[in-house]
Design a protein around this ligand. Sequence first.
Ligand SMILES: [Zn+2]
Length: 122
Amino acid sequence: MPEVILTDKQLQERLKYWQERLRLRDWDIEAEIVPLSAMDDQTHGGENTYLLQSKASRISILNHGDYQNMNCIIPHDMEETLVHELLHLHFAPFDSEKNYMPIEQAIESLAKAFVETDRQKV
Ligand SMILES: [Zn+2]
């Protein structure tokens, strides 16, 4: 799988597109590309800080240089990371320590499937 690196402008465009497609219209969502030092959890390529009550979310996507330094075995795909973080909002009501791994795995599978299907269209 090739890497998919987005500029900030492309990220904003993809955010609008996926927010609509994933029916997350009523959420206030911001997304930005950040350095590793700005991530709370420095083991992931993305993170989503959200407030379920007010449906507000801030998504951070790790920049490409820092991602490469992590020596991750999965190619960097910023769009898939964005979709993954957006899907967390649908699962937010079920958040708990016990559910963490099954939710992560479900989201990972769904994000891959959505992005793959989307790319087959073009
Ligand atoms: Zn996740």
